[in-house]
Design a protein around this ligand. Sequence first.
Ligand code: 9MR
Length: 349
Amino acid sequence: MSEILFEKYKDYFRVGAAISGIIYDEDFNFFGHKPPQDFVKSLKDGDIAKKHFNLFVAENDTKMQRIYTAEDTYDFSRADKFIKFAKESGKDIRWHTLVWHNQSPQWIFEDGKGGRASKQQLAERTRKYIMEVGKRYSDVICSVDVVNECISDKKFNLRTEEDHSLWQEILGPDYVDNAFIWAKEAFPKSSLVLNDYNLEVIPGKRQGFYELVKGMKERGIPVDTVGLQMHINIEDPAVEEIEKTIELYGNLGLNVIVTEMDVSVYTQMEEAKKDITQEILDRQAERYYKIFECFKKEAKNGILKDVIFWGVTDALSWKNNFPVRGRGDAPLLFDNKGNEKPAFAKLIK
Ligand code: 9MR
């Protein structure tokens, strides 16, 4: 029996992880602060990532805000560090993400004179950005999140300004199609992904996303893969909902990948901080196991291609501060110290 996670699943799908800059960047800066060196040195995330995962994606360093600093100006320094780390580790590499309403620089939506950018201005900036990123990295990128989180949680159609997105507001609804057409030119060999969250949780959102991606296929837009982020918890949603969601998109002839999986021990947004007991960790293990059984089935059905975790150890998980700052969480397979959790043991058995 293999003790290496990605080897264990090699006949089904790649097993990936999001990599925090703290792992490979000695200048890593977290909201203006350098994390204490003893904390950084104590982290096992780099070694665990190299050992157990065969597909890497940057948690933050390949987002537009980090790169597109001004008109025709690109800062690839941090993206380069990530790509170097992933290449030297011999891993397949994904790009997250090209077009998103978060972590995009404000200036792209402005005309430089105090007003909003014109449609032509934003379209040209977006096209140039996608081409520039492709020129630099397309050879090493196997999969790209072209558009991220474009469906509204409330209205189940394309996000508008009310949902904090200016993309459709300025470019009109065909901005998603255009992003994929440009991405195809920039990344001719990569798989092109439309990525979103809660599709397995909110049936209306699942359907709204379905209509969007179905229309794209009918229009001949080069989308080939649906990305399910899979930020879920130890109770919800039911495995059947996950299975239904994968098959819904699979039946359109699309591949499906799980792009950002974690399984929170909290089931309510506002739940108070609690002790993470053995019982909770065992429940989490069982939950991971059942979901992975479903993933294996969907891989055998020819639909599911990759499963990527949003982080390596619990120490660096974004869930420690979301939705409640400082509450802490334990959503991954390795604990704060890098020890294998019951969930890991269950998945490797
Ligand atoms: O994990 C990322 C966190 O470090 C950033 O502060 C945050 C900013 O929006 O983005 C997190 O990653 C998100 C990903 O890029 C898109 N899907 C949701 C992820 C968790 O918020």
